[in-house]
Design a protein around this ligand. Structure first.
Ligand code: COA
Length: 162
């Protein structure tokens, strides 16, 4: 199964989805991708590193991480996936994901998506909120996995005006 996303940066919400999805399949590939509507703060290699470190100590033996710069359906075909998994926090996420799944199915008729509702306590977290809070020096510890807090904060320190 594939878990695609921009992950700029990976959040505790993403980690929860990865953990739960890993129990639903033999193998889960977290694919760090590009969304043409977003200009990421972290490079693709940095995002791969952040995801890898976030999950390293969780005993998720069937989860791997990679980067992919092309179409989602091309990776899906290449890996012979049975489905993509995406987390949904709200009705608007559901609409967006339904449209994304439909578009992907037009490109690849066998494409399928599994939408996992996110945990209540993580439903207000987004990568954008992490960046907004972090930029102004706020506490992001409730939003990103403990393993990457310092690295994410370092990035904000470098970008913050002195
Ligand atoms: N699970 C997932 N996302 C969650 C979440 C949760 N439990 N809780 C919150 N979120 C947030 C994320 O933090 C993120 O917030 P942001 O919008 O502030 O950045 C947002 O929901 C989802 O972002 P992310 O999971 O990083 O993925 P994305 O929506 O940016 O990824 C791609 C979209 C990469 C899968 C899609 O653009 C893609 O497939 N790109 C490749 C090109 C392609 O094939 N396009 C489709 C053609 S039809």
């Amino acid at each position: 199964m594939l878990f695609p996303g921009t992950f700029d940066p990976f959040t505790r919400g993403h980690k929860d989805i990865a953990r739960r999805a890993s129990k639903l399949c033999d193998s889960l590939v977290i694919a760090v991708m590009e969304n043409s509507a977003k200009t990421p703060l972290f490079t693709a290699d940095e995002r791969v590193e952040l995801v890898s470190r976030s999950i390293a100590d969780d005993g998720l033996d069937n989860v791997s991480v990679m980067k992919w710069g092309g179409l989602l359906v091309d990776l899906y075909s290449k890996l012979g996936c049975c489905a993509s998994v995406r987390g949904i926090r709200s009705e608007s996420d559901f609409r967006y994901e339904a449209e994304l799944a439909l578009a992907n199915r037009l490109l690849l008729p066998g494409y399928d998506a599994i939408l996992l509702p996110c945990r209540d306590d993580l439903s207000l977290i987004s990568s954008s909120i992490v960046k907004e809070v972090g930029f102004y020096g706020g506490d992001i510890s409730m939003m990103v996995p403990a393993e990457i807090i310092n690295t994410v904060n370092d990035k904000f320190m470098k970008g913050r005006p002195q």
